[in-house]
Ligand binder design. Structure first.
Ligand code: FE2
Ligand code: FE2
Length: 171
């Protein structure tokens, strides 16, 4: 635990920060696995572009889990030790891919990113001017999640436009 480092935290309970970070930590692991498995099962048009994007996102979510775990430890907490706790602590849950079509997979993922953006913007607000280090970490992750949403939405729109063009040419 970083004693002096933690003494600069003002106006918020450290236990509360650890609790919300552990919930975000659960989200990151579930997001990681969701992207990992989506990249494996995805089917349909332009799936290679989607696989590249999903694989990159999986790596980013795992990196986020690492960042959050390190901050929990600095604060004197313990990151969740059992995967079962990911489900009981998660804010955003897990969207099991049911329809493997590229558009449906991208839509599930966009919803996940939108949830992550809401959670990290709340964490940024909660820690601003109180816990500078956590604030910096959650802000950095928030910027990544915003980029993730944008990347997925752009790909989704490209694919749906492409499909619409083909349908028009056939008719
Ligand atoms: Fe993330
Ligand atoms: Fe993300």
């Amino acid at each position: 635990m970083a004693r002096r480092g933690n003494s600069i935290i003002k106006g918020i309970e450290i236990s509360e920060i650890i609790e919300v970070l552990n919930k975000a930590y659960a989200d990151e692991w579930l997001a990681y696995y969701q992207y990992f498995i989506e990249a494996k099962v995805i089917k349909g048009i332009m799936k290679d572009a989607a696989i590249a994007e999903l694989t990159q996102h999986a790596a980013d979510e795992l990196r986020h889990a690492d960042m959050v775990a390190n901050r929990i430890l600095q604060l004197g907490g313990t990151p969740l030790l059992h995967p079962q706790e990911w489900f009981t602590h998660s804010n955003c849950g897990y969207a099991e891919p049911k329809d493997f079509d590229v558009v449906s997979i991208l839509e599930d993922s966009i919803k996940g990113e939108q949830c992550a953006i809401s959670i990290y913007s709340k964490l940024a607000e909660m820690t601003r001017n109180k816990d500078i280090v956590t604030y910096d970490i959650v802000s950095e992750i928030l910027a990544d999640e915003v980029e993730h949403e944008e990347d997925l939405q752009a790909l989704h729109d490209d694919i749906t436009e492409f499909v619409a063009d083909i349908k028009q040419q056939i008719n």
